[in-house]
Write a protein that binds this ligand. Structure first.
Ligand code: FAD
Ligand code: NAI
Length: 517
């Protein structure tokens, strides 16, 4: 028996060792591949020009799977990196460093087989008639040329959406948003400024309470995740290093939904919504539902509160830092394109597209992600699946064109062939090619496959609504938090991102979060 136990232990040890070596080998190879890309082939100028707008979830998923040797590919985006938005709420508090969730676009395009052009610019106009895009260099450093036109044969619009403010006065001027890396920096600076100003000599108690009131507007996943991260920051770090704020620092989540079932996180199941609300109560985050913000000044928000008896009351809520997370609005460049197309006149949420993501009323323009109006929610999951779908579509279009030109040649040869045997062999080839064309052309329309929803709710707890064997699995708690972490880690863009995020998490566990500005 001891011998058998020894054998089992030895084999387990060998297996662990083998797996460790395998893992280390895989990591080393991934790092080597990332650092030393292959030589790239130059694009063929006779091929069609495919312009992709944006460097977000949709556009990058398309680029990742696109066979770039088939087109002259041009990417245009004001941002020269891909941003892993699911971990963005962790950035302002320093749970994750911003560079850990950014992947340079130059890395991505340098790894493609054929080279891809990138212009860091904003598309300000898409001219459907002339088939050109007007682009503007938005950077602080400008050359002699900072506005020009880019012609296209095919265009993919993946410019995402902007922050919705519903025209509420004072929001743009006074609130912070949470969509881009710069937003995370701004929130961080504002929170720390509020904290240090609250501790200023002779600060009045009333002003201290105002400064330390952190208000998050919008009970969708962005608002919930950020409120949770901010409360964690306070409980784990701020309170410890700046004890003077312990009694007055307070996070409030404000949500407008008007009916009786109004709650935070509307996309999750009822049990998880209740679990989130209970967790927020434990964390001492105030949740104010049925509270619609109507006006924002530099120190207060004015909100219409609906009481249980239906009575409405206008309340003034003082705040130090205001984070506005009320969803998406259509970008100007998209609105402008929509105004050129009568087929888009009834679309409100973005570019209406058909089942192949072709923009209604155009030929050779596709749209994906948050800037398109489909029956799906505006999420990274949808955008990336649409990107992968469009890559398949463009790859198969190129394959079809190649096969068709080969078919034309074969038909010419066959018409000229004098020997019967040669003609028959060519005929067989022609039939084979025709079958291949039919196969390649059979691309079914885009269909979204929902993998589930995940959200962090604070105190090392998360909620998950996962699609499981045609059913639904709803769970919340600490185990779900581990699942949340591993799922997001596996979804990170590159090995580099994954390693950096793990290092950030370890750093925070060991040393705590940084409380400097
Ligand atoms: P984006 O990823 O926003 O990319 C748009 C790109 O277009 C950017 O590169 C931008 O710079 C560029 N651009 C903008 N204007 C122009 C212009 N005029 N010309 C050219 N380029 C332009 N979804 C999930 O599924 N799971 C999550 O956990 C999740 N977490 C999120 C957390 C936060 C804080 C936020 C804000 C969103 C989150 N989302 C999540 C939603 C998800 O990020 C979006 O649905 C997704 O980014 C949409 O992808 P997209 O490619 O359409 O747009
Ligand atoms: P959202 O649209 O999901 O939620 C915005 C919330 O703000 C709504 O509940 C709305 O009722 C509320 N609101 C609007 N105006 C208001 C006002 N004046 N006063 C008070 N409340 C007001 O927006 P969010 O959270 O930014 O998400 C955008 C998209 O990104 C969604 O599709 C979401 O699913 C996705 N996302 C997914 C995440 C995840 O899966 N973990 C995380 C973050 C975003």
């Amino acid at each position: 028996k001891p011998k058998k136990a020894f054998r089992i232990l030895r084999n387990a040890w060998r297996l662990t060792l083998g797996l460790t070596f395998l893992g280390a080998g895989w990591l080393a190879y991934s790092i080597y591949e990332t650092r030393f890309p292959h030589e790239q082939i130059e694009p063929d100028p006779t091929k069609k020009t495919l312009v992709i707008l944006g460097s977000g979830w949709g556009s990058v998923a398309l680029l990742k799977k696109l066979d770039t040797e088939n087109y002259n590919v041009i990417i245009i985006s004001p941002r020269n990196f891909f941003l892993f938005t699911p971990l963005l709420p962790s950035c302002p508090t320093g749970t994750v460093e911003h560079r850990s969730i950014m992947e340079p676009l130059r890395h991505i395009i340098r790894h493609k087989k054929a080279s891809v052009k990138f212009y860091e610019a904003e598309a300000t106009k898409i001219d459907n008639e002339r088939r050109v895009i007007v682009i503007n260099d938005l950077s602080d450093v400008k050359g002699e040329v900072h506005q020009t036109e880019v012609p296209f044969d095919y265009l993919v619009v993946g410019v995402g959406a902007e922050n919705a403010t519903f025209g509420i006065p004072g929001v743009r001027e006074n609130a912070c948003f949470l969509k881009e890396i710069n937003d995370a920096h701004k929130i961080r600076k504002t929170v720390m400024d509020c904290v240090e100003t609250a501790m200023f000599k002779d600060q009045t108690q009333k002003e201290k309470e105002r400064l330390l009131h952190m208000v998050v507007v919008g009970g969708g996943p962005t608002g919930v995740e950020f409120a949770a991260e901010l409360q964690d920051f306070f409980e784990d770090d701020l309170k410890k290093w700046i004890p003077g704020i312990a009694d007055d620092f307070h996070v409030t989540l404000v949500e407008a939904l008007p009916n009786a079932s109004s709650h935070v996180l509307p996309m999750f199941s009822k049990t998880l919504i209740e679990y989130t609300e209970k967790t927020f109560k434990d964390e001492k985050i105030s949740v104010r539902t049925k509270t619609m913000v109507k006006k924002v000044t530099d120190k207060h928000i004015e909100a219409e509160v609906t009481h249980p008896d239906g009575r409405k009351e206008l309340q003034t809520i003082p705040y130090g830092c205001l984070v506005w997370a009320t969803g998406n609005a259509v970008r100007q460049v998209v609105r402008d394109l929509m105004s050129q197309l009568p087929q888009q006149k009834n679309s409100r949420r973005g570019l209406a597209v058909n089942e192949y993501l072709v923009v209604d009323g155009t030929d050779g323009i596709w749209a994906l992600g948050d800037c398109s109006a489909t029956k799906y929610a505006p999420t990274a999951q949808v955008a990336s699946q649409q990107g992968a779908f469009l890559a398949r579509l463009f790859n198969s279009m190129a394959q079809t064109q190649n096969l068709e030109s080969e078919l034309n040649h074969l038909e010419e040869f066959s018409a000229q062939a004098k020997v019967q045997e040669e003609r028959e062999s060519l005929e067989r080839e022609i039939q084979k090619k025709s079958r291949a064309i039919r196969r390649v052309k059979q691309l079914s329309p885009f269909e979204y496959s929902h993998q589930g929803s995940l959200a962090y709710i604070g105190m090392e707890r998360a909620v998950a609504d996962i699609t499981w064997f045609n059913g639904n699995l709803a769970s919340g708690g600490s185990l779900t938090y581990l699942f949340w972490r591993s799922a997001y880690l596996s979804m990170c863009f590159s090995t580099r991102n994954r390693v950096l995020v793990i290092m950030d998490w370890i750093k925070v566990k060991v040393f705590g979060r940084d409380v400097s500005r």
